[in-house]
Design a binder for this molecule. Sequence first.
Ligand code: ADP
Ligand code: MG
Length: 402
Amino acid sequence: MTPTETTTILVADDEPTNLAILGHLLSPHYRVRAVRSGEQALQAAVTAPIPDLILLDIMMPGMNGMAVLRNLKASPATSDIPVIFITAMISPESEEEGLRLGAVDYLTKPITPATALARIRTHLELKQARDRLASQNNWLEQEVRRRMDDIRELERQLYRSQKMEALGTLASGIAHDLNNMLQPIVGLSEMALKEADAQDRNSKRLRHVYDAACRARDLVLRIKLFSRDAEPVKQRIGLAALCNEAEPLIRSLVPASIDLDLKLHQGADHIVADASQIITALLNLASNAIDAVQGIKGRIRVTVERVDIGEPLDHTLSDPPAPGPHACLAVSDNGCGIPAELIEKVFDPFFTTKPPGAGTGLGLSMVHGIVSQHGGAIGITSAMGAGTTISLYLPLAPQKEE
Ligand SMILES: Nc1ncnc2c1ncn2[C@@H]1O[C@H](COP(=O)(O)OP(=O)(O)O)[C@@H](O)[C@H]1O
Ligand SMILES: [Mg+2]
């Protein structure tokens, strides 16, 4: 782009004749604004159309050119506008002073039109080149920042999936050994109970052993789900139909004071999945939502819909879902929300903010294990005091051959 009539030049000179001469010279090429004092020049420099260049007479009554220049340079809004001094005669000292203050050039009166136009044009082109460079720099800086953010996000994702992998391996080992130890405790206490006299004191003790062992077995099962040790039995199922079947179960969990709304969009939502694992995941999300709305007029919404993932989602905590069509099962609540600094932690096994006995901290880690085993991804958005939405993105099953 070269300077044109939309390029604005501000001319400040107390002599009307000088203003007329400069106006005559410049107006065929530029938009010219003329003012007759230093004070007016400062004012005009910050009012639209903002000048691209200022021609400034040095000798003016009131605020002279040097003072105007000093003021222009002092303000970030005007410090970049190139200023050319116009002067009848000037001592080398004040010429030096003007250049030191930041004037880009001098034009001496009487003005030679061709020289003046050439110099003005050069300085305008220089300014434009500088502006272009600054905006390119700006763009580059933003681009670098954006890519650094991307890299940091990828590192976070990698760290998260490696952490979950390592925790899964550890948990799976513990679950396996525990299971082996629990088998005889559950089996033998059950047998002994059957043979014992129900009135016997030892029989009551045995009942405690058996109950505790069953709870432990249950815990191991949940750990297995988190550590992806529980082999899913996958079949082609409609996600909305499955959630529909589970509706009575969810309703039985949700107290009547909570407003539960299910929006299950049927159709084109077939996934290849272990139905009981998906229901386990849904019930865990629902149970967290119930806990989150304690003490308020709670609202929980369960939705199933088909979503086409194009751009990478910005709120996923697991590995991001591959682009393409997914069935999305989401549970939203208007509850307490999750503090931003805890969002990264809620999927960790045994992480809970609930009092002992109220939470095991295995719910979301199980959900994570289940979703990973189905090649899906988890999205989470939460705002303190406003609520939380957790979305499970499950890849759609390939089209069935007719
Ligand atoms: N819908 C929700 N709203 C607010 N906080 C939640 C929600 N879901 C999960 N959380 C937080 O994540 C933690 C871990 O959840 P989870 O793994 O299910 O374990 P638990 O429910 O046993 O605490 C919870 O203790 C809670 O702090
Ligand atoms: Mg839970």
